[in-house]
Design a protein around this ligand. Sequence first.
Ligand code: ISE
Length: 332
Amino acid sequence: MTVKVGVIGAGLMGTTHVRTLSAAVPAAEVAAVSDAVSDSAERLAREVGVETVYSDALELINDPAVDAVVIASPAGTHEQFVLACLEAGKPVLCEKPLAATPEAARHVLEAEVALGRRLVQVGFMRRFDPGYIDMKARLDHGEIGPPVLAYSTHRNASVPAGFGTEMIIKDTVVHDVDAVRWLLGQELVRATVLTPRSTSQAAPGVRDPQVVLFEAEDGLVVHVEAFVNARYGYDIGCEIVGESGTLSLERPEPVPMGFRDRFAAAYVYELESWVAAIAGGDPAGASAWDGYAASTACEAAWQALTTGRATDIALGQKPDLYANPKPLVAHP
Ligand code: ISE
């Protein structure tokens, strides 16, 4: 069966997903594209030979010819569109963040729990990167013993104008949060933020770089460096220090300049895995719970930055629906 996918959003990520689905995921077919700016949707649809174009995303979601939906529109639209997918009973891959606020992410979570089956996957693509998958397998295998420290480095060569201090936490650090929660299999419970002197490359008033310290459930400490004007490249690092060794993420050489190059393989595997799960079974990527937990941790970090105080991350009880996440296996 070919899964007919509707893609909402014809910007950078929507375009990446449409091209990847069309060129590299034979089990899927792009059936429709939508964007509030009709010209963008039409241009993208034409590029890959898709005939159905909407300017209203809700029409795309409710189109009977669409089996499943990718959401790559601005964060402020995610809650409404994911809820509409749940109402229509359609699997949905929603770009990060799951929703603009932890409260909105909780609405999505509650709607999925009420439905009683997992239809939501959040686009945390690092979980599908071969290097991260290898680290996770070795950690779970006990290769370095119980972890005590984690270091996650997230450097962008540059960011678009308007990318401010808050976005460095909510758009950038959110990836590190998901990656370490997944690698460690633990929730983060407290956040503290340090703001070194800003680089002269940062826009006026923007705090860049930032160091976010998270404490995890069993007392281990996670150090996240976000530096979005690092100029030399898009450089992602991760090291987990355990009681009997250490594991580091492979860093490609030369350093790529952008996230779409660095995570090209991850984007393909993310879509392949998501499409394969539609035929039966839960999606293996980040769940609505993971999206909610990441947004809540980032909101706490933002509060920590603005108040200068350590801030607790209060998630509440994890619903049973998310108790046994499907393990992710290495790309065949
Ligand atoms: C961007 O918003 C993303 O989502 C990318 O995946 C991330 O690596 C980048 O640093 C963010 O700015």
